[in-house]
Design a binder for this molecule. Structure first.
Ligand code: TXA
Ligand code: MG
Length: 322
């Protein structure tokens, strides 16, 4: 694993190279947003199809003028409340933002991360950073340096910021023709917390068959998925016999539980069942259990409200077969 300092990362980024950076959500694969060469390298390194647009990361509001043509009032309200933090806004792009970044769309995704290392890094650069999650296309997002290494290999320099505090990708919010906020991707900022600020906020209808025609390609059904098939059940206790008697099963318990004898491996996400802690640990559990040669992973559905709704969305995608 090639761990680098902030200063070394600055040098790499100034040379149009990619660097994996820690954020409060997941690790990102960063590059100079104003360099076509650098942006192209991000797509190549991830094997990401060119129709899937990138998020641009900034450290402060001064940078916005370079990137967007307008900043709607509702976007300001959300930015004031949630930036810096795990919120990405889809805003009308300026001419300076390339079509490669937005995959030809008229909007650009912008996020102001709160992670101190990445804030510090951005302040040392003359350009904003594009940064998709630092994993190969369709794999689970990395929440620690070893996940980046496992997915992208030794060629990618990594700034070690330890484990990501939130553990799920940012919440993505766009605006419809009436400038009403629309949630394109759920994250740790839940629908309910957005509605506390702007009550008219709603969830995009996310069902779509073709990943190329949908508005946010991160919404493709099978995404964030482990290689081992994931089964979602209402009660682990009641379903273990069904899966576990003839298979090697990995059980992901949301809260501390006495491991079942039929479970070959178990992981507890949170001793006390705290949803924030569960969100922080979920992807790490997928990464870890995926290495154990198991037949199935089993997890319980969450109560469908607040962060529980986000978690259900993530596990539904992770368990989807297409
Ligand atoms: O938490 C995060 O957002 C992380 C960290 C590194 O910042 N980044 C991240 O990026 O998750 P990525 O590329 O893995 O996911 C970005 C999602 C993709 O699903 C992409 O399709 C969508 O954002 N997206 C980007 N620009 C868009 C646009 N203009 N319109 C609609 N969706 C967009
Ligand atoms: Mg991603």
């Amino acid at each position: 694993m090639k761990l680098v300092s902030i200063e070394e990362a600055v040098d790499f980024l100034n040379q149009d190279k990619v660097v994996a950076i820690p954020t409060e959500t997941v690790y990102g694969l960063a590059a100079n947003a104003f360099s076509e060469t650098a942006v192209l390298r991000v797509f190549e390194t991830k094997s990401r199809p060119s129709y899937n647009p990138l998020i641009v990361h900034i450290a402060d509001h001064d940078r916005l003028a370079d990137l967007v043509s307008t900043f709607p009032e509702n976007a300001k309200v959300l930015a004031d409340k949630f930036w810096p933090g795990p919120l990405t806004l889809l805003l009308p792009k300026s001419n300076r933002v390339s079509d490669r970044i937005t995959a030809g769309k008229s909007t650009v995704a912008i996020r102001m991360p709160s992670h101190p290392i990445t804030q510090n890094l951005l302040k040392k650069l003359d350009f904003p950073l594009v940064a998709p999650s630092a994993n190969r296309f369709k794999h689970i997002s990395p929440t620690k340096p070893s996940h980046v290494f496992d997915s992208l290999g030794a060629g990618v320099p990594i700034i070690d910021g330890g484990e990501c505090k939130l553990g799920l990708e940012s919440t993505i919010v766009g605006f419809d023709t009436h400038n009403t906020p629309v949630v394109y991707r759920q994250g740790t900022i839940s629908l309910e917390s957005l509605q506390e600020v702007l009550p008219e906020t709603y969830l995009l209808n996310q069902e779509s068959d073709s990943e190329k025609t949908i508005v946010a390609p991160g919404m493709i059904k099978r995404h964030y998925a482990p290689n081992t098939p994931l089964k979602i059940v209402d009660s682990i206790e009641n379903h273990l016999e069904e899966f576990g008697s003839e298979n090697k099963i990995g059980v992901i318990y949301p809260v501390h539980t006495k491991p079942h004898q039929l479970a070959a491996q178990t992981i507890t996400l949170s001793r006390g069942g705290d949803l924030n802690e569960i969100a922080e640990k979920l992807y790490s559990a997928f990464h870890q259990l995926d290495k154990q040669n198991l037949d199935y992973l089993i997890i319980e559905r969450f109560e469908n409200i607040g962060l529980g709704r986000t978690l259900n969305d993530k596990i539904n995608r992770a368990s989807s077969e297409d």
